[in-house]
Design a protein. Structure first.
Length: 254
């Protein structure tokens, strides 16, 4: 993926990692469309960042995804990058269905079905572009599990394997598949995470991602240094130690 000259749609970018990357990508000379469910946040983004475009989208609503995709493509026919950013993360107790089932189903809908629906809605258009990118967003927890968030871990592992598989399917075409693999970042994804000493500062993370896109335009995975501990534990042979270290921290640090 080239750092400049793109038209980029980022659903789920009304705060946190998504908004931080949206503003930086716009500053680098890209047209950026931010998507989100809450219209008041979209209004605030337009006021605070006049160069950003916005569109309402609820990735839990298949018809809404299709409608938003039609609008984005109609208003921005040169769209060539989709960054599937939306995600939720919840603590679950699997000792009783009452402690996890509703949360697990919502997490699968948002974190896994959401990106699948987004890709389905945009893939015909992206294949018409001379060069296009689908950027998925997994997590370091795709490679080492946090005990208290089993469904989140599972959906992010699924996103990793989906990315690997789509990259094989689109090999030799104009569509590249890039996986962004964040560590814990200081956002509101989980209660207390914004103030966690363990989590990576948001600006530091976003700046490093932009630098990776700039210096590694052919990368298939975008890995900031802080996530390599989780990403490569099994390959290094210290997976058990990685899991133990990960789960020794405050569960709300993720």
């Amino acid at each position: 993926m080239n750092l400049t000259g793109n038209t980029i749609f980022i659903p789920g970018a009304t705060s946190g990692i998504g908004l931080a990357l949206a503003t930086r990508l716009h500053d680098k000379g890209n047209t950026v469309i931010v998507g989100g469910r809450r219209t008041e946040l979209l209004d605030r983004i337009r006021a605070d960042h006049p160069g950003l475009h916005t569109v309402a989208i609820d990735i839990a609503d298949p018809a809404g995804v299709d409608a938003a995709a039609r609008r984005v493509i109609a208003e921005h026919p040169d769209l060539d990058v989709l960054i599937a950013m939306a995600g939720i993360m919840r603590v679950e107790d699997w000792s009783s269905p009452a402690g996890f089932l509703d949360s697990a189903e919502a997490t699968v809908t948002t974190n896994l079905l959401g990106p699948i629906r987004l890709i389905a809605a945009f893939i015909d258009h992206l294949q018409t572009r001379p060069a296009a990118t689908i950027m998925t967003v997994s997590s370091g927890l795709a490679f080492a599990p946090l005990r208290v968030t089993p469904t989140y871990n599972a959906t992010k592992a699924a996103i990793h394997m989906l990315s690997e598989s789509l990259r094989l399917q689109f090999h030799g075409t104009s569509v590249d598949v890039v996986e962004l693999v964040p560590p814990a970042v200081r956002t509101d994804l989980m209660p207390g995470q914004r103030d966690s000493d363990f989590a990576m500062p948001l600006d530091e993370f976003a700046d490093e991602v932009i630098d990776l896109i700039d210096t590694q335009p052919d990368a298939t995975e975008l890995l900031v240094k802080r996530v390599e501990f989780l990403r490569w534990g099994e390959a290094r042979g210290d997976y058990a130690g990685v899991v133990a270290t990960l789960n020794a921290h405050d569960p709300h640090a993720f």
